[in-house]
Design a protein around this ligand. Structure first.
Ligand SMILES: *[C@@H]1O[C@H](CO)[C@@H](O)[C@H](O)[C@H]1NC(C)=O
Ligand SMILES: *[C@@H]1O[C@H](CO)[C@@H](O)[C@H](O)[C@H]1NC(C)=O
Ligand SMILES: *[C@@H]1O[C@H](CO)[C@@H](O)[C@H](O)[C@H]1NC(C)=O
Ligand SMILES: *[C@@H]1O[C@H](CO)[C@@H](O)[C@H](O)[C@H]1NC(C)=O
Ligand SMILES: *[C@@H]1O[C@H](CO)[C@@H](O)[C@H](O)[C@H]1NC(C)=O
Ligand SMILES: *[C@@H]1O[C@H](CO)[C@@H](O)[C@H](O)[C@H]1NC(C)=O
Ligand SMILES: *[C@@H]1O[C@H](CO)[C@@H](O)[C@H](O)[C@H]1NC(C)=O
Ligand SMILES: *[C@@H]1O[C@H](CO)[C@@H](O)[C@H](O)[C@H]1NC(C)=O
Ligand SMILES: *[C@@H]1O[C@H](CO)[C@@H](O)[C@H](O)[C@H]1NC(C)=O
Ligand SMILES: *[C@@H]1O[C@H](CO)[C@@H](O)[C@H](O)[C@H]1NC(C)=O
Length: 751
């Protein structure tokens, strides 16, 4: 009698379970024991099998009493292993229950049970069945452990109504019965129902047998009922198919610990156990590969072309080419067709094929032609857009004008050049911002420091026209007191003007900057004189004269030597020659506006004279042209000035600094000049030329040596004054004045 299959040994859990699981087995490991191949992850001895903390992969190779080598997993003898299916087969013992003639009764039942819970094996429910052989036999199978559905128990009954009804190969309840088992079983016991026994039929059938076995390996014989052949033929042991798995993690969980992850081969993949979550995982070679996925480089490409299992995968012989993970069936160079399914035919002899080549060549030519046409069209469209921008920005007007006058005095910049100069219009290069646009500081290719005025993106037609006008005027003028236009860029949606950079900002800044500056009188007269010269030049240079239209301190820039440079010609216009050309909207800045122009809507050179008068007042008084905080009559500097002059109180309004510096006669003469400029009637105002000459005279009169000095001396001069400390600070602040004034380069604040 073979020993019942008993596994106890809960005390025998492997001690060294913590070894690195993903470690590869050594080459010296025993891979064959008797007739049985032992593939990794199974193995004999430590280091030869996968360590998972249980007995699943731990095998031993024992020599049994009959001298043969057999593989055991603890007490279970293994028939064979399958790495690909994740299965192994073991020998399961047949449980007999026989009539004892000596005692004239049934033998005692052994308490047969079977527990695999120290391993990760589960009984495959598809391939195995609980089988009972005998007559008048009822046997039970019970799970020892609660499954997910609770404790399981079933029975199978085999009867023999008549001896003649037994049939070889038929296990359908007569002499033999089989029943399916539930999924996931790994511990069970078997017992016979005592009420049904063979004591009454011992002459025909002395024994009953119950066993869980692999269905495919069992073939019922009628002699199993009538003799002890079932035990004799099988040696008391029949195969049982078990499924195995690695650990109790899912693939996803297992992959997180790379050192323990078992699917180490390239081209391998992980498969979750079919028994569900927490029941481990298996490895498998990817499609097109085969071998052992648990070994490095275990999965090898299948050569489908030569592998007999695939017969010949291509329908056309000689066309198969193996590829990693697959194969291709390709017709040779001179043939075409479907080598997988169909046939390959000779291309040369096939008219259809020639036509196909002809057609495809035609298609290619057509595509090329169409894309060429498309590209040319796109290019033209782009050029048209650029031309359109150019026209919008007054470019044509400018060019026609220049054609007639000859001599290109400035550069046409491309968009790229200006982007490069300003580091792609980096915010850090912004030096001024206003209603019409933004001014950037930049350095051109030839290392000139420039200010780039860029119209607002959503500039109106009028604003764009102003840009054009300014360009037109500045491009023609070359005067040392008028800001120099370097060039412009017209080919973009947003027009841009490029000027020489003015390091000392605006006159407005100089006068009204904080803290209150100390500007020597002579310097004020000199700046006024330079401004007057510039305006006089404008008025006399062309006929009809060019009228600036927006003279104010924030439109007068100061270069490194504090030389005045008149800027912003956006509001400028050529003096209208007839009534039809009267300007239709009033431009200019509050506080500087010629009252006559407001009344008549007619802009004349005398309007500039009026505005210049206000500038002169600002230089004399250091007050702003328009002071909204003041009382009504003192809001406008011009009206306030005329008021005090009428009442002979000029001294009250003058900047105290120049009063102390200059004798009052000269100051009064300047005041008188300002008063003339501010005459209500334009006709009574002096011309800009006359103003310039008067200022020239006055500047020579002002005895102060500063008049002949440059800015370096301005600093030393200030140094020597009683207020040395504070003024050194001031002078440096003048030099480094941050030119963020919105009026810089004439970007006017929205009115
Ligand atoms: C990863 O696996 C190794 C080897 O089995 C083990 O020593 C280690 O504790 C594991 N790490 C984690 C985070 O589970
Ligand atoms: C998984 O197995 C390890 C030992 O291999 C054990 O410590 C752990 O409790 C198990 N986890 C679950 C959820 O069964
Ligand atoms: C086989 O040998 C191992 C030790 O090498 C032992 O633990 C195991 O019980 C043996 N199995 C059988 C069935 O004798
Ligand atoms: C491994 O892949 C093969 C072929 O794709 C398949 O027949 C087999 O069932 C797979 N094994 C597992 C455990 O999924
Ligand atoms: C019958 O029973 C006796 C007494 O219990 C026992 O010694 C004997 O071995 C049994 N015979 C068989 C064939 O089991
Ligand atoms: C066997 O069954 C008979 C009835 O068929 C019964 O009388 C007898 O006690 C049973 N024997 C055993 C050992 O249970
Ligand atoms: C199954 O039952 C046996 C005996 O009742 C017990 O020793 C074992 O730990 C159980 N296994 C599981 C996985 O519950
Ligand atoms: C069944 O097959 C066995 C041989 O395996 C034979 O001895 C027996 O007579 C057969 N039984 C029937 C009913 O054919
Ligand atoms: C096996 O089943 C019998 C009932 O036939 C029961 O008495 C016994 O306790 C079971 N064995 C185990 C280990 O559960
Ligand atoms: C082979 O032919 C069948 C039926 O004609 C088609 O479904 C299949 O996609 C073909 N296979 C290849 C590789 O061309």
């Amino acid at each position: 009698m073979p020993l019942p299959l008993i596994i106890l040994a809960l005390s025998a859990w492997p001690a060294a379970a913590a070894a690195a699981a993903a470690m590869q087995p050594s080459d010296t490991c025993l891979r064959r024991c008797g007739d049985v191949e032992i593939p990794y992850p199974f193995g004999v001895g430590s280091g030869c099998h996968l360590e998972t903390g249980d007995w699943t992969f731990k095998m031993s190779c024992n020599r049994t009493d009959d001298g043969r080598l057999r593989v055991y997993n603890y007490e279970i003898e293994v028939v064979d292993f399958s790495v690909q299916r994740g299965q192994l087969r073991i020998y399961n013992s047949i449980n007999p229950w026989c009539y004892n003639a000596t005692t004239a009764a049934m033998n005692d039942q052994s308490n047969w049970w079977y527990d695999m819970s120290i391993t990760n094996f589960r009984i495959n429910d598809a391939l195995n069945r609980f089988t009972v052989v005998g007559c008048n036999s009822l046997a039970y199978i019970r799970s020892l452990n609660d499954t997910a559905d609770g404790r399981y128990m079933t029975g199978c009954m085999s009867m023999c109504p008549g001896a003649g009804q037994l049939q070889n190969g038929s296990c359908a309840g007569v002499g033999c019965c089989q029943t399916a088992i539930p999924s996931g079983l790994n511990a069970y016991n078997v017992s016979f129902e005592e009420k049904f026994n063979t004591s009454g039929i011992a002459g025909f059938s002395p024994c009953s047998y119950a066993v869980l076995l692999e269905t495919a390996e069992f073939d019922f014989r009628t002699t199993y009922v009538t003799t002890e052949e079932f035990m004799v033929a099988t040696g008391g042991q029949v195969p049982l198919v078990l499924d195995w798995a690695i650990g109790n993690k899912t693939c996803e969980e297992a992959k997180r610990n790379a050192s323990a992850y078992a699917c180490v081969s390239d081209n391998s993949e992980c498969v979750d156990s079919k028994y569900g979550r927490g029941r481990g995982y298996l490895c498998n070679c990817s499609a097109g590969y085969e071998g052992n996925p648990y070994l490095l480089d275990g999965c090898q490409d299948i050569n489908e072309c030569e592998d007999k299992r695939f017969r010949y995968p291509c329908s056309v012989p000689g066309t198969c080419a193996n590829t990693p993970g697959g194969f291709i069936c390709a017709c040779s160079d001179t043939t075409t067709g479907n080598a997988y399914n169909g046939t390959c035919w000779d291309t040369k002899s096939q008219l259809g094929w020639k036509i196909a080549i002809g057609v495809s060549t035609g298609v290619v030519v057509l595509i090329v032609a169409v894309s060429c046409v498309y590209m040319i069209h796109q290019k033209r469209r782009l050029a048209k857009i650029k031309r359109e921008h150019f026209r919008q920005h007054g470019g044509l007007l400018l060019f026609e004008e220049m054609k007639s006058r000859q001599g290109l005095s400035f550069t046409l910049f491309t968009q790229d050049e200006l982007e490069h100069a300003t580091n792609r219009f980096d915010e850090r290069n912004v030096i001024g911002r206003g209603g019409n646009g933004t001014v950037y500081k930049g350095t051109t290719k030839d290392n000139a420091v420039v200010a780039i005025k860029r119209c607002r993106l959503a500039a109106s037609e009028r604003q764009k026209k102003e840009f054009g006008k300014e360009m037109l005027i500045l491009s023609q003028i070359n005067h040392r007191n008028i800001v120099k236009l370097y060039g412009c860029c017209l080919e973009v949606e947003v027009p841009m003007l490029v000027y020489k950079y003015m390091p000392n900002g605006t006159l407005y800044r100089l006068i009204h900057g904080a803290p209150a500056p100390r500007i020597p009188f002579a310097a004020r007269v000199r700046i006024a004189h330079q401004t007057a010269e510039a305006l006089a030049y404008l008025h006399s240079w062309a006929s009809p004269p060019i009228i600036h239209g927006d003279v104010k301190t924030s439109n007068i820039l100061l270069d490194e030597d504090y030389t005045a440079k008149v800027s912003d010609f956006g509001a400028s216009t050529l003096a209208p020659t007839d009534a039809a050309q009267f300007v239709t909207f009033v431009q200019g800045t509050c506080g500087y506006l010629d009252p006559e122009y407001m009344r008549t809507c007619r802009l004349t050179d005398k309007s500039d004279v009026y505005s210049f008068g206000v500038v002169l007042l600002e230089l004399l008084t250091c007050r702003k042209a328009l002071n909204l905080e003041e009382l009504e009559e003192e809001k406008y500097l011009s009206s306030q000035f005329l008021l005090v002059v009428r009442e002979n109180r000029l001294e009250e309004i003058l900047d105290p600094q120049i009063k102390s510096e200059q004798n009052i006669e000269v100051l009064e003469q300047v005041g008188e000049l300002a008063k003339q400029c501010l005459e209500i009637s334009g006709d009574r105002r002096p011309s800009m030329r006359e103003v310039a000459e008067e200022l020239d005279r006055l500047s020579k009169l002002s005895q102060h040596p500063w008049g002949q000095h440059k800015s370096e001396e301005l600093v030393s001069l200030l140094d020597g004054s009683p207020f040395a400390d504070s003024e050194i600070e001031l002078s440096s602040s003048i030099r480094n004045v941050s030119i963020s004034d919105s009026a810089y380069l004439g970007i006017r604040s929205p009115r």
